[in-house]
Design a protein. Structure first.
Length: 270
């Protein structure tokens, strides 16, 4: 029973070690994938603003919206179904957007939704912060980025659906790797535990025989590791006990012979 308990503890330890190794690596790579897409998203926006020179005067939001759609979408890297841009005039709350949710909502409702974003609020206040946290509104998750130019707020979204398929496929691979690693870890752990517990079982059996007085037990020494050293120590102990008992037995026999051959009586006292 002791062998079984120790054996399965070792197997469990190896399996847990493989889980603790694979899962953090998977999480780390997931974070890196998302961070890579965010960096590309921001890099495109910064590149777009670097190529578009704005005059230092009020700008018409509709003109900017059309130019963004027809001329600068490639520069900003905002083409595709999962990227959108919104232009809001801070003076009049006039809004134009390529976001798919804009089509299904009136201006006021859409603007109220925009103000759920800390990045948008900070840009509307003229001090954009642009943290790189994924924002979730309704059923949609996205990175967002906001920028203020004169009277306009430029607000960009990058929806997670764009890289979600890649992340899902990647997680499937990680899950497969985890299952394979658990199988391998179980096999390795089982073999390793047997290599440790089998000698312990032999030592336990032999020491019980020695405790019963059978000092002829000799345990086979395997290797120079800790178990091999323990085996050698038990063999030495068994030999020493046998020699000691033989010596005691000889001394007892000598005393018996002397006592049996004495004519006078002997008084023994404590």
């Amino acid at each position: 029973m002791i062998k079984k308990k120790l054996q399965w503890k070792l197997v469990l330890f190896v399996c847990l070690a493989s889980i603790c190794l694979v899962i953090p690596i998977g999480l780390y790579l997931n974070i890196n994938i998302e961070q890579y897409h965010y960096n590309q998203f921001v890099k495109g926006i910064e590149k777009g603003f670097a190529s578009w020179k704005f005059e230092d005067k009020p700008i018409d939001p509709y003109t900017v919206y059309i130019e963004m759609r027809d001329i600068y979408s490639g520069a900003f890297n905002i083409y595709g179904d999962n990227k959108s841009y919104t232009i809001l005039d801070r003076r009049t709350n006039t809004v134009y957007s390529s976001d798919f949710s804009y089509i299904h909502k009136d201006d006021e409702e859409f603007i109220n939704e925009l103000y759920l974003s800390d990045n948008f609020i900070s840009a509307a206040a003229g001090k954009p912060i642009n943290n790189n946290l994924i924002k979730t509104i309704g059923d949609n998750s996205f990175y967002d980025y906001a920028y203020t130019v004169n009277n306009l707020v430029f607000y960009f979204r990058y929806y997670k659906a764009d890289w979600q398929i890649m992340v899902s496929e990647f997680n499937s691979i990680i899950l497969t790797v985890l299952l394979v690693s658990l199988i391998v870890a179980f096999i390795i752990g089982y073999l390793l535990s047997k290599a440790i517990t089998n000698p312990i079982e032999v030592i336990t059996h032999k020491t019980k025989r020695i405790a019963e007085g059978n000092f002829d037990q000799v345990i086979e020494e395997r290797g120079n590791d800790e178990i091999g050293n323990l085996t050698g120590s038990i063999n030495n102990m068994s030999q020493s006990l046998r020699n000691m008992l033989d010596e005691i037995s000889n001394e007892k026999n000598k005393v018996e012979i002397i006592l049996n051959n004495m004519n006078e009586g002997i008084i023994a006292f404590d």
